[in-house]
Write a protein of this length. Structure first.
Lengths: 321, 700
């Protein structure tokens, strides 16, 4: 309820802010750069598509012209045109270092707060240019305000969303992640309910894997707030790193477990009886006496509060209640 | 339409109208109306519907998009699956170079089980008390419940920058989750007395607020961000009839309300000498919870409740975290780039130090003073690193780096760890059509096994366990990435990964794990006409571990006999998939899109008992999360007129699942007071589904 009220207030504020500004005379439409007409002679598709983008939008007086990004178009034309001729910069040209391509974009966007950690991030270090992900001559897909590159046809199970999803861009390079996203257990990323940027900042971060938090538990409990605790009885690996037991991009095992229970538990826990016992192939439901440590969720059948418990005494210590 | 959606719509319309009314230059958008028919043969369709609202039968489809553009303002409104449980509304707008805002509502229903996959003998499901008679009624009379929860995320943001370097931004959202999730509990305190699946209520609300003020120029950036998050659970505990204790009402404590307050300051300085950028972030957060401790717990037949005698009637959770991250990235020469970095994270647990002096039935037989007082986890991590890259020639780049990490933690086994990581990478693009990247990384972790004897001696075997998350390890990783474009429009991609962790000093616990992965793809075509992509992935993962069981000498080096012995296991997870996708502009007005995925996962576990140990034959586990999945999509999009477009599609999906833990589920294992009961979750996941849909889109 509070959030709904806040949303309504926010909308009211925006309206109030907008109204006086709207009373002013509208800004002059952006004057098309003269070179665009020249460029059109050979690159009509690119010019037309560019003018339909946010950069080329009539009201966007800061929007770049052809020469802002591609360099000296006059020299290019004078030399007769062609790839790289006259020093023209083509963003699909692999011979041009990523840093040089990125520098063009940063010449306008460097002060963008989203790029505060670009220099510290893994993408810059690994020669990823802005244009490797962003498509500056395309209009955004349904439900999006940013045009991302989707160089390959979509390969996924049936989706109820029409939106172009971020993962299609990211997995062009991150093939291992592409494979994990369609595993039997996965976050709803291919379903469009979580985006790669929900957890990662592709524009750079100081954290490992460019995650949006100082540590993995702090990242995961942003959504999984019920696991924040603090609990009377904590579980040290939970408090240190969720990835000890889970693979967030996808797994063969339920609940994104990196290894199936009881094995994943037995890798750390041994005792004179359970969990040191062997839970072998004779203990399934098809046995006369199923082994309660193997069937269903394995160890979690009893030790259900594995992320922490507030139950008193041994019932909490062993995560039973 | 739900009230939340309505309020977002009204609010957005309120803000959008004045912003565009006097200055409209162009509106464009679309509205899509159609229908979908689903035929699914699953006994329990929850796997098919895990995150999608695809119930059997027919359903409508309603989507819309509206884009408004003026010389000053812009507006994007998008909605899909309206009226469905996976609906999505997103309204964004703003004034160019001045401000922007967003309001959204995103819904999801996470299905876990239904029909035979969600049966329970309990009454009162959905509430805080579950009751069932004893003896339990026959499974045939158990009732089915909806094992799922709905997640609704509603929020918005506003950001103002104008032409000033100063900016501010506020964000707020509320995530409401409602439904049922099955948790479980052991019937008794000691092992071996069975367990019970418990359909627990989920009525969770998370609210997040944040405000940020910053100053951003080309020379530098600084921002202060303050955020606050609260989590509220409408149910503190779940009471349930526990047949082991004369069917008395047992208590399971549910996740506590909590709150998190965090302040972060981040910034950078650019254009420093050597073409350098200094970036830093400092954070401090306080995480709190407040829980009333159960003063009695069901502990014996009768039923009988024992006093838990907590040292404090309430537990005040209080964890403070501080962090600092600094990076200094330079490009002193055109062909050289370097980065020095430091990360520090400290966690102080100032929660109430509890202790319990429970009566009979709650001790588990080992309740000494040490075991009844929880350890408070403190943690500190420092990390230094240096990386460098040298572009030797236009086509060759060498990179390398080293990193040192020191971890101190409050834990009964490993209190201190040191990690050293070194990597080298060579990137080559000598051939214009071929780019290759080869990386080798070696990581060494050394930890001091410094046992807290008072704690570990409660389970003597723990003195020989080396837990893999902190144990000594030598890790090697090799990664090869190739991208090959022999002719225009044809791309080959290959990624190969080998990674091995050797827990060399481990006596009991995971001794080794290894991953071998290969991902390949071929793509061909011009997106404007037709394009096709084929990919193939294959992964082999294995985990080796060493164990000991028995009440004899816990020292594994003391050998094995029939009752106390060493054993090992090897757990293998193999998976592979192929995918094929194609887009084809058949006619100027007709586009066809198709995709096919075939995927398999196959798990296997082998056991081996040391010579002299228990001679009982140990059967391997051959069905361990084994799955087969087929997903086929075919879609045609036809432009009837400039304004009208029709999309018709068909999808086929088939899923097969086999696992020793779920195959042949009978719902009840054992008998009497020590019986175990399950709901059937994950036991009936197999499905074969056909989906057909027809959508008309009007563009304006």
């Amino acid at each position: 309820m509070v959030i709904r009220l806040a949303a309504a207030c926010l909308a009211a504020c925006i309206a109030l802010i907008s109204t006086p500004a709207m009373a002013q005379a509208p800004a002059a439409p952006r004057t098309p750069a003269p070179e665009a007409e020249i460029c059109k002679n050979c690159h009509a598709d690119y010019v037309e598509s560019y003018l339909a983008t946010k950069h080329g939008q009539a009201g966007n007086v800061k929007g770049p012209d052809c020469r802002t990004c591609h360099g000296d178009v006059d020299a290019h034309v004078s030399a007769g045109g062609g790839r790289g001729v006259g020093g023209i910069l083509g963003f699909n040209n692999k011979a041009i270092p990523a840093d040089r391509k990125a520098a063009i974009c940063l010449s306008c966007h460097e002060s963008n707060r989203h790029l505060a950690f670009w220099s510290a991030g893994a993408h810059r270090k690994n020669d990823v240019a802005c244009s490797d992900c962003h498509s500056l001559h395309s209009t955004p897909g349904p439900g999006s305000t940013i045009a991302l590159k989707h160089p390959n046809p979509k390969v996924s199970p049936y989706q109820t969303t029409e939106r172009q999803l971020q993962y299609e861009t990211c997995t062009t390079c991150h093939r291992q992640i592409r494979s994990q996203l369609t595993k039997p257990s996965h976050h709803p990323i291919i379903e469009g309910k979580i985006a790669c940027t929900s957890c990662h900042n592709p524009h750079g971060a100081l954290s490992k894997a460019m995650v949006n938090a100082e540590s993995i538990p702090q990242l995961c409990t942003t959504c999984h707030a019920e696991k924040r605790g603090p609990f009377v009885w904590g579980h040290p690996p939970v408090e240190e790193n969720c990835l000890t037991c889970h693979n967030p991009h996808g797994s063969n095992h339920t609940r994104l477990l990196a290894e199936k229970a009881p094995n994943v538990c037995q890798d750390c826990h041994d005792a004179s009886r359970h969990p040191g016992s062997i839970y072998d192939g004779s203990g399934g439901w098809n046995a006369a006496t199923p082994n309660t440590r193997l069937i269903s969720r394995g160890c979690i059948n009893c030790h259900n509060h594995i992320h922490g418990s507030n139950a008193p005494a041994m019932k909490g210590k062993f995560f039973l209640r | 339409m739900k009230r939340t959606l309505l309020s977002v719509l009204v609010a957005s319309a309120f803000c959008a109208a004045p912003a565009l009314a006097q200055d409209v230059t162009e509106f464009s958008g679309s509205i899509s109306i159609g229908g979908r028919y689903v035929d699914n043969d699953a006994k329990d369709p929850s796997k098919f519907n895990e995150y999608r609202d695809l119930g059997d039968g027919s359903a409508g489809i309603l989507n819309f998009e509206l884009r408004g553009r003026s010389t000053e303002n812009y507006l994007n409104m998008y909605g899909e699956n309206l009226g469905r449980e996976d609906s999505y509304l997103d309204f964004k707008g703003g004034r160019y170079n001045t401000f922007k805002y967003r309001l959204y509502n995103d819904n999801l229903r996470h299905n876990f089980g239904s029909g035979p996959g969600a049966l329970s003998p309990f009454s009162g499901i959905g509430g805080g008390t579950l009751t069932a008679p004893f003896p339990l009624p026959a499974v045939g009379s158990w009732s089915s419940f909806d094992h799922s929860y709905r997640r609704s995320d509603t929020g918005g943001m506003f950001e103002w920058q104008a032409t000033s370097p100063w900016y501010f931004r506020v964000d707020a959202n509320e995530v409401r989750r409602e439904g049922i999730n099955v948790i479980a509990g052991a019937n008794g305190t000691s092992p071996g007395n069975g367990f019970t699946d418990l359909p627990a209520p989920i009525e969770w609300t998370t609210r997040n607020y944040s405000a940020e003020v910053g100053y951003s120029t080309r020379r530098g950036h600084i921002a202060v961000n303050l955020s606050h998050s609260t989590f509220e659970n409408d149910n503190d505990v779940l009471r349930w009839s526990n047949r082991f204790f004369s069917n008395g009402l047992d208590t399971t404590v549910l996740p506590p309300d909590n709150e998190l307050t965090r302040i972060a300051i981040n910034g950078n300085l650019r254009q420093l000498p050597g073409n350098s950028t200094l970036a830093a972030r400092i954070t401090h957060s306080i995480q709190k919870s407040d829980t009333n401790i159960q003063t009695t717990m069901l502990a014996a037949a009768g039923p009988s409740f024992s006093a838990t005698n907590p040292s404090s009637p309430t537990f005040q959770g209080d964890i403070k975290r501080s962090s600092l991250g600094v990076s200094y990235a330079s490009q002193p020469m055109q062909a050289v780039d370097t980065k020095l970095y430091f990360n520090w994270l400290k966690e102080d647990n100032d929660s109430t130090q509890m202790s319990f002096a429970p009566g009979a039935g709650l001790t588990g037989g080992t309740c000494t003073a040490a075991s009844c007082a929880p350890e408070l986890f403190h943690y500190e991590k420092q990390q230094w690193g240096a990386e460098g890259g040298w572009r030797m020639t236009r086509a060759n780049k060498l990179s390398g780096g080293l990193e040192w990490t020191n971890i101190d933690r409050e834990r009964a086994d490993f209190k201190k760890s040191e990690e050293s990581r070194v990597f080298a990478e060579w990137k080559n693009s000598s051939l214009e059509s071929l780019t290759g990247r080869l990386k080798y990384q070696y990581l060494q972790r050394r930890s001091d096994f410094d046992p807290n004897i008072a704690i570990l001696s409660q389970n003597p075997m723990d003195l020989y366990v080396r837990r893999f998350d902190a144990a000594n390890v030598d890790q090697s990783m090799v990664k090869l990435v190739l991208d090959f474009t022999p002719v225009p429009l044809l791309d080959f991609g290959l990624e190969a990964i080998y990674k091995r962790n050797d827990y060399k000093d481990t006596i009991l616990g995971r001794t080794e794990d290894q991953r071998n992965e290969l991902y390949g793809s071929i793509a061909y075509g011009d997106p404007k006409n037709w394009r096709v992509m084929l990919f193939g992935d294959i992964e082999f993962v294995k985990f080796d571990s060493a164990h000991r069981v028995g009440t004899g000498n816990p020292d594994p080096s003391s050998g094995s006999n029939a009752t106390t012995y060493n054993w090992t296991s090897r757990n293998e997870d193999n998976s592979w998939q192929v995918g094929l996708g194609a887009d084809w502009a058949v006619l100027t007005r007709l586009t066809l899109k198709a995709s096919l995925i075939y995927a398999e996962t196959d798990g296997h576990t082998d056991f081996s008992v040391a010579p002299g140990g228990d001679p009982t034959l140990r059967l391997p586990i051959t069905a361990s999360d084994d799955t087969t999945r087929v997903a086929f999509n075919l879609k045609g999009v036809y432009e009837l007129t400039r304004n009208w477009e029709v999309t018709a599609g068909y999808a086929y999906e088939k899923y097969r699942y086999s696992d020793i833990a779920y195959d042949g589920t009978r719902y009840v294992a054992g008998a009497g007071t020590t019986s175990s009961i399950v709901t059937g979750q994950f036991s009936f996941q197999n499905y074969e589904a056909n989906i057909a849909y027809l959508v008309g889109k009007y563009r304006f």
